[in-house]
Design a protein around this ligand. Structure first.
Ligand SMILES: Cc1cc2nc3c(=O)[nH]c(=O)nc-3n(C[C@H](O)[C@H](O)[C@H](O)COP(=O)(O)OP(=O)(O)OC[C@H]3O[C@@H](n4cnc5c(N)ncnc54)[C@H](O)[C@@H]3O)c2cc1C
Length: 428
């Protein structure tokens, strides 16, 4: 029934990919977005004359759903690959990292520890069934492979500073797919190669938008307040107090919002949704007239630096100035989450000075701080069982968010894949 009316809530990559698929099949649809722009976490803004994403985005060679969509949209020629370097700032010193040679020459681990580390990456890269690891917690799994000392040196700080109170309750499968994704994105054993879109994520988002508006509307600044349900069947949505009628509603917004959006959901599903926690991010973005290091990704384990890493984006995608993202991940309940922007920026300046003593605030051309409460779902062991089904018992209502990528980590590619799945589910 291609004449049924469909509403998609959220114009991030998942909502747009879903709407694009439905449009291709001839469905009438409307997309509702609370923000003043499309893109969600991958949206861009004007950073003192440079259009750039609020949060860093890189592409890995395993992002097949994204590549297929780019081909379909005639955008494959915008996909660029760059050999990138990784560094490790450990205990006040910067080391080269990320390939066998630099692992071998890293002075803080013994030979056996290095072999165990390399073996673990090799093993994880070849996992294809994640069911067994879904049942294990990541810290125990990593310690079993690497030993306590190596775990604390290479992973402990990241777990502390990314997951806080959740750190001992993260699924090993989820960490495993992260390791596999990045480890698989290599041109050869010694060279990491990462991708980006010429023109940024906007290139993809705008192409999707241009297709969608041939089949319906994208309403910006349009926060959906409620999904209307009667007799266990979707009737439409409420926006600005006004009712709009739809046969099917597909929500791609963070699941925690669904509690107020669809209070008619059965209590068992609402309980499942409430049990999934998220980590927020406060991301400092700097435009500099000097480079901080040669690395795209710099892992950090240093008692004086309270971030697990920083991303010097222009070491992937060259720009006239140097762009550095410094993400502070933390649950929104953390006392720092609501701290003023300038405090985060000052903190970052101190960190950069420690990493590169030449750093001076004279290097700084522009600053920006972006926050997102639902940057990362906390995927705990046995997460498959904990996820609510995307097809709800309410007829015509589908709910999904980035936690449904599981065991994969968030990425635009996973949103594209899931968007297509949602479209197919809604017309079954
Ligand atoms: C710090 C950071 C780094 C990242 N790095 C990478 C990377 O390197 N590579 C990569 O591929 N991906 C990366 N990602 C992930 C990528 O951005 C996300 O996976 C992707 O954007 C998720 O898209 P989505 O549509 O599923 O959700 P979202 O982007 O969260 O979109 C949801 C949308 O719903 C809207 N919304 C919320 N409530 C309502 C409402 N009531 N009514 C209407 N609209 C509503 C929101 O405004 C938002 O636009 C990163 C994300 C972050 C935060």
């Amino acid at each position: 029934m291609a004449n049924k009316k469909i509403a998609v809530i959220g114009a991030g990559p998942m909502g747009l990919a879903c709407a694009y698929e439905l449009g291709k099949k001839g469905y009438q649809l409307d997309v509702y977005e609370a923000d003043d722009r499309i893109g969600g976490m991958s949206a861009s803004f004007d950073f003192a004359g440079l259009t750039i994403e609020r949060y860093y985005h890189f592409i890995c060679s395993t992002d097949t759903p994204l590549f297929e969509l780019l081909t379909e949209l005639n955008l494959s020629d915008q996909l660029c690959w760059q050999d990138t370097k990784m560094g490790f700032f450990y205990d006040g010193k910067l080391y080269k990292w990320g390939d066998p040679l630099h692992l071998l020459t890293f002075p803080k681990l013994g030979l056996i520890a290095k072999l165990r580390y390399a073996l673990h990456i090799f093993y994880t890269k070849n996992i294809s069934n994640w069911e067994k690891l879904d049942k294990q917690d990541a810290v125990s799994w990593l310690k079993k492979w690497l030993g306590d000392k190596t775990y604390h040196l290479l992973w402990g700080y990241l777990f502390e500073l990314k997951f806080y109170q959740y750190k001992d309750n993260i699924s090993a499968a989820w960490i495993g797919t992260r390791i596999k994704r990045v480890a698989s994105s290599r041109r050869n054993l010694s060279t990491e190669s990462l991708g980006y879109l010429q023109g940024g994520s906007d290139v993809l988002l705008n192409a999707l938008r241009n297709h969608i508006i041939k089949h319906g509307n994208i309403y910006l600044n349009s926060k959906v307040e409620r999904v209307i349900v009667t007799n266990n069947k979707v009737q439409g949505i409420i926006i600005n107090g006004e009712q709009r009628y739809y046969d099917t509603v597909i929500s791609t917004i963070p699941l925690p919002y669904a509690v107020n959006l669809v209070p008619d959901l059965p209590p068992s599903i609402l309980d499942k949704i409430k049990a999934i926690h998220n980590c927020g991010v406060v991301c400092v973005l700097l435009k500099l007239n000097h480079s901080v290091t040669e690395n795209f990704w710099l892992n950090v384990n240093d008692a004086k630096i309270e971030i697990p890493g920083l991303i010097e984006y222009t070491n992937l995608y060259k720009k006239p100035e140097h762009i550095v993202y410094i993400p502070f991940y933390m649950p929104k309940t953390h006392h720092k989450y609501t701290q003023a922007d300038n405090l985060f920026i000052d903190e970052v300046f101190n960190y950069l000075k420690r990493i590169n003593p030449d750093f001076s605030t004279d290097w700084v051309l522009a600053t920006r701080v972006s926050r997102y409460e639902f940057a990362q779902p906390i995927c705990t062991p046995n997460f498959y069982q904990k996820l609510p089904a995307m097809q709800t018992p309410i007829q015509g209502l589908i709910l999904a968010d980035t936690s449904h990528y599981y065991p994969e980590d968030r990425s635009i590619s996973e949103s594209v894949k899931l968007g297509k799945t949602l479209a197919n589910l809604s017309i079954k």
